[in-house]
Design a protein around this ligand. Structure first.
Ligand code: ATP
Ligand code: MG
Length: 582
């Protein structure tokens, strides 16, 4: 499927001069040393993420700038300056130190997106703790698996969620400190090992001597989304901040006077790399909205806070498309100047829709928990080729490798997407899974597990996860291509595509389809969708079977779980479903 590129001259984003003006030149002249100079290392060369994202601004005129505009789910709003965040995280760090929490200890949060979560994570980094944010929607097993895997010592949670923790406490011998954040003051009696956040904070001093962590000290452990299997604990170091900072500046194009909104929860890597570290290391004000998805609510947040740069995910964009143009027209979204997307392939239809309806196209970018920061992206200064992830970030070298992951393939050929190892925010290990970690490298290359192609101009095109690619009669078909075609049908809201075994051609394509409001499943509609697909796709890529379902199974970060569609279809075990969004 070919789509006309969206020329940068057609995009009305030019009111602000992009940070990246000449991609080719910037890529050629790029060195991580230059990024390093814009940060503020300790005298001994050490670096601490919390220092880079808040404390260093306190020495500058940014001190009293609003870092966080917080909107609670009940409509509460609060504002925190960089100075506030610095002082509050100092207090929390002091409280942790008093509780004998030490450098290297794993400190997890398990709570909603309230300011305390951000303060706690920053405070934990200040003592040299290794932070691990969890989704508040996790059930007991998901909590147990993650805290147990890395023997977390501290958990910060709330009265509502601690019951879930109590269910699995006996299985978590290393967990000796539970801090209860009770911002809404509900009646709660502290149990054994439990401390009140509010009491600890009241007693702690505003001054704190930050732990002088080294570049290679562990800082973050993030469990992957679990889209393809059991989530893995991906470990990042303090030096990773270089990647967050640089990509937030040049890919998200953050400027001093932006109001930025990243819709991701810190439980997903996007919500820390770009919901904490990227914007704040650039001293940019950001909005955190505690509430969940809702087209009207989201547009209201943009209008109220005059959001200028917006970072979200394809699943949310598809839901916005599903809710149509009407809610868009009810709000003033003219503050927006730049929009990005990550997490799943961004269907070309979504790019065209946003340009048409919101007036700006989403810029897709690609990365993984393992890569720590954006690796391939669409930039403000370049034309968008709808359906493409864009071009490599400076200082990053992706390639396409053959089936054995040995030979680099020429443009146009499909293979494994691999990255030359060695950028600062690259993961350093999978916790407790050294062998698995090592198996992800071949020679100089880190093998991402995704399949893609690169065109003559260096744009990368996602084909599918290696695990999801369908082999039909010797043709490899990525589900993305088929799903993208299906969602162009006016009745289709979302599509998930899998291969099911076939005696003749190995696999045939089955599509699970959810419909937009106002459409009902029927045989006639099914025939129409099939006919539509035949017009858009090669014969081998056309779905043989279509099944209507009310919604697709997704991870909490919004990714379609094709492995679950497949397991359910074939009556196989469902595997790890801890990240499944119910
Ligand atoms: P798991 O590794 O547990 O299966 P996951 O891979 O979904 O989960 P993440 O690290 O959150 O966990 O996601 C990274 C993956 O998401 C990428 O490898 C890719 O498959 C997909 N992805 C992210 N951004 C894009 C994008 N812009 N286009 C296509 N795919 C993307
Ligand atoms: Mg993965």
């Amino acid at each position: 499927m070919d789509y006309e590129p969206i020329r940068k001259t057609e995009i009305n984003e030019t009111a602000v001069r992009p940070n990246l003006l000449d991609y080719g030149k910037a890529r050629q002249g790029f060195g991580w040393e230059d990024i390093n100079k814009e940060l503020d290392r300790f005298d001994d060369g050490g670096i601490n993420i919390a220092y880079e994202v808040v404390d260093r601004h306190v020495k500058t005129p940014m001190k009293d700038k609003i870092a966080l505009y917080w909107e609670g789910k009940n409509g509460e709003s609060e504002e925190y300056t960089f100075h506030d965040l610095s002082k509050l995280s100092n207090r929390f760090a002091g409280a942790l130190r008093n509780l004998d929490v030490r450098k290297g200890d794993r400190v997890f949060t398990y709570m909603d997106r309230t300011p305390e979560q951000y303060i706690a994570l920053l405070g934990a980094l200040k003592i040299g703790g290794v932070i691990g944010p969890l989704f508040s929607a996790f059930g007991p097993d998901a909590v147990k698996d993650r805290l147990g895997d890395c023997e977390a010592k501290v958990l910060i949670t709330t009265p509502r969620l601690v019951n879930t923790v109590h269910e699995v406490l006996d299985d978590l011998p290393a967990l000796n400190t539970i801090i209860i954040v009770n911002r809404r003051g509900v009646p709660y009696d502290l149990k054994d090992k439990e401390f009140s956040y509010e009491t600890l904070m009241d007693a702690a001093p505003e001054e704190f001597e930050i732990e002088k962590t080294h570049a290679e000290d562990y800082a973050i452990i993030h469990y992957t989304s679990g889209t393809t299997g059991k989530p893995k604990g991906v470990v990042h170091v303090h030096e990773a901040i270089m990647g967050h900072y640089a990509t937030a500046k040049y890919v998200l194009d953050l400027h001093q006077d932006d109001i930025y909104w990243c819709t991701a929860d810190p439980g997903w890597v996007t919500g820390t790399s770009y919901g904490i570290f990227g914007p704040w290391s650039n001293a940019v004000s950001q909005v955190v909205y505690e509430g969940g998805f809702g087209a009207g609510h989201w547009y209201r947040v943009i209008e109220k806070y005059k959001v200028t740069v917006w970072y979200t995910a394809p699943t949310a964009i598809r839901m916005l498309m599903k809710s149509g143009e009407k809610p868009v027209r009810k709000h003033d979204l003219t503050s927006l100047r730049y929009m990005c997307s990550v997490g799943e392939p961004l269907n070309p239809e979504a790019v065209l829709w946003s340009k048409e309806v919101i007036g700006l196209p989403f810029h897709d970018n690609w990365w993984q928990t393992e890569t720590g920061c954006i690796q391939i992206a669409n930039y403000p200064v370049q034309d968008i080729r709808p359906g493409s992830m864009g071009r490599p970030f400076m200082g990053v070298t992706p390639t396409i490798l053959d089936d054995n992951c040995e030979k680099e393939l020429p443009p146009g050929e499909e293979g494994h997407l691999a990255l030359k190892a060695g950028w600062p925010s690259m993961f350093r290990t999978y916790w407790n899974k050294k062998e698995l970690y090592e198996s992800r490298f071949k020679g100089d290359w880190y093998i991402t597990g995704d399949r893609a192609t690169m065109d003559e101009d260096g744009y990368f095109w996602f084909v599918g996860r290696a695990d999801d690619v369908i082999n039909s009669g010797g043709h490899l078909i990525g589900p993305f291509e088929v799903e993208s075609a299906l969602i162009e049908h006016p009745a289709v809201a979302e599509a998930g595509v899998i291969g099911i075994p076939d005696p003749l051609v190995m696999e045939v394509i089955k599509a699970f389809v959810s419909l937009k409001d106002g459409y009902e499943p029927s045989d006639e509609l099914m025939r129409d969708i099939k006919k539509f697909a035949r017009k858009k796709l090669h014969a081998v890529a056309c779905p043989r079977k279509i099944q209507f379902i009310p919604g697709l199974p997704k991870t909490k970060s919004g990714k379609i779980m094709r492995r679950l569609l497949k397991a359910r279809e074939l009556g196989l075990p469902e595997g790890d479903t801890s990240t499944l969004e119910e």
